[in-house]
Design a protein around this ligand. Sequence first.
Ligand SMILES: *[C@@H]1O[C@H](CO)[C@@H](O)[C@H](O)[C@H]1NC(C)=O
Length: 354
Amino acid sequence: MMAVAAAVTLLLFFASCMGASVFCTGAPAAGFEDVPTVPFDEGFTPLFGESNLGLSGDGTVRVTLDRHTGSGFISKHYFHHGLFSADVRLPAGHTAGVVVAFYLSNGDVFDDTHDELDFEFLGNRAGHRWRMQTNVYGNGSTARGREERYLMPFDPSAAKHRFSVLWSSDAVVFFVDGTPVREVQRRAGAGMGGDYPSKPMAVYVTIWDGSTWATENGKYTVDYRHGPFTAEFSGLVLRGCPADATGDIRQLHRATSVHRCAARERELTTAEYAVMTARKRAAMRRWRWKQTLYTVCYDTDRYPEALPECDVNAVERQMFERWGESKVAFRSRQSRVETPLAPPLVSMNMMQAD
Ligand SMILES: *[C@@H]1O[C@H](CO)[C@@H](O)[C@H](O)[C@H]1NC(C)=O
């Protein structure tokens, strides 16, 4: 009886947007179309592997991994909150072990108290889909990973797709093609506290060899006979309050910069793309229901007490194993052994940059 009731509730919970409901029609990408992009040379500078960085006439940046080096670029400024976005096309074919990352970090400035927001794309064997991971760190909270992993709902090597992260003083929202896929709310009081990213961060794009962990826990390493591996980035968006280029980043989270950035912050939190409507949350739930492979919020083996930002839902929880992996049957099960959780990117880049 319980099981039947739960199944019905489950259906209602996730099917609430089927049919011709007004909630469900149209793309939830509202507000993203008109966001201004920034040319590479204006907003970014090479980070490493410059010989493997290419800029084409239409403004597309190519980052390549070959047997000699990966490559990457970084924003010229650090930003105090903002909307950061890129249209990304990932390498095709056999990409096991390859990692492409689009992320925000200040790990180069703060050794022990860094903040970080990640999109990490994890390559796979030919015929198997790419996976994506999101993660959040604040004030050096590397001992408390906040990973989520998803199966890509499309072939990200066939065409470009837009990945965006909105970071304000209240919440972090990750978007795929304008659909919110993860919302992490800071929450006052017993919320995330120092674990919420609060200091200015730069925007990074990197491609590197993640052979030791990226695909099925290192079982499939990068096979350079299938390389070189090239990811394309275009439609770059940096909508934040930039830190003074000559100033000390360490000072930026102080009151003066909060004051200086107040207008930008208001613009950011009231923009159409930033307002989380009921319709967007419904779209987010549908996307997550279909694509989530692992969420830290239902990993009770790791966190017996859910992290403060988690919206633990009793119905939804039934779909996850106690180690946080999804039980849903229709999911691709070609690879029973899941990819392990990624270490913070900062250290990985250090290794790669040499
Ligand atoms: C950040 O971490 C440092 C060092 O662990 C600690 O002293 C400080 O109180 C933390 N800040 C916040 C806002 O939690």
